[in-house]
Design a binder for this molecule. Structure first.
Ligand code: NAD
Length: 243
């Protein structure tokens, strides 16, 4: 099991879903986890958990990101988990939808990396993990135009950071999940109208015949935080969807 004792983690979107499971998994591995989210009400459920310190952070705000990096000080592991799904094809999407998706799914990661990378470089040690998706440059998925564009950009920025700093102790990898149980997935399935039919269709597209769990993705994030001989990779974890 990965031992992250003494490591400091900055994690975005920790209130629910994969982010929440990751906060718990990083803390179980011994790290001090700065678990952040814009939704303080839900984030508070993690309050009091050993190894977890909660803080409000809106990843859309340059000022918020700079302030939190200043407050925390040392960050050994950055897990950029915040992201959002825009549904629709290229013809259905409005320019402002793409702008918002770029801001939340891509620029947010650029903001946090810029804020913590100088400290990592001083110590010649840092692990950055970025949440992408199989719906990206890994796989075309119907009805996910803005999402696929922005998650492909996450893989691009991951490889660019990895290439620039590979010789200076920095590793930067991306996680590409398939369909994973989470509150927002539940919302997307309910929004389709026929919940049972939509759920069955989402399950069927994973050849393993089930949805992933947030804990399975969190395990990969913890592994990547401690995996000292890999960088610049996009890890599919998708029940066989991309085979
Ligand atoms: P979710 O969508 O249920 O929760 C997202 C969290 O992000 C919420 O707690 C929300 O408050 C937070 N958030 C939203 N805007 C924010 C902001 N401006 N600043 C800070 N936090 C903000 O969680 P999930 O479904 O586990 O998704 C987490 C990540 O995993 C996302 O990047 C998503 O694209 C990616 N992903 C999810 C799936 C899936 O099937 N669930 C598949 C592939 C990739």
């Amino acid at each position: 099991m990965t031992d992250l004792k003494g490591k400091s983690v900055l994690l975005t979107a920790a209130a629910q879903g994969i982010g929440r499971a990751s906060a718990l998994a990083f803390a179980k591995a011994g790290a001090v986890v700065h678990a952040t989210d814009v939704n303080e009400t839900v984030l508070k459920e993690l309050d009091g958990t050993e190894g977890i310190r909660i803080r409000r952070l809106d990843v859309l705000s340059n000022a918020d990101v700079a302030a939190i990096a200043q407050e925390i000080g040392r960050v050994d592991i950055l897990f950029n988990c915040a992201g959002y799904v825009h549904s629709g094809s290229i013809l259905e999407m409005k320019d402002e939808d793409l702008e918002f998706a770029l801001d939340l799914n891509v620029r947010s990661m650029i903001r946090t990396i810029r804020a913590v990378l100088p400290g990592m470089l001083e110590r010649k040690d840092g692990a950055i993990i970025n949440m992408a998706s199989v719906a990206s440059s890994q796989k075309g998925v119907p009805n996910r135009f803005a999402y696929g564009v922005t998650k492909a950009a996450v893989i691009g920025l991951t490889k660019a950071v990895a290439a620039d700093y590979v010789a200076q102790g920095i590793r930067c990898n991306a996680i590409c999940p398939g369909t994973v149980e989470s509150p927002s997935l539940e919302g997307r399935m309910r929004a389709q109208g026929d919940y049972d039919k939509t759920r069955a269709a989402f399950i069927t597209r994973q050849p393993m015949g089930r949805l992933g769990t947030a804990e399975e993705i969190a395990d990969l994030a913890v592994y990547l935080a401690g995996a000292t001989y890999t960088t610049g990779q996009a890890y599919n974890i998708d029940g066989g969807w991309s085979i």
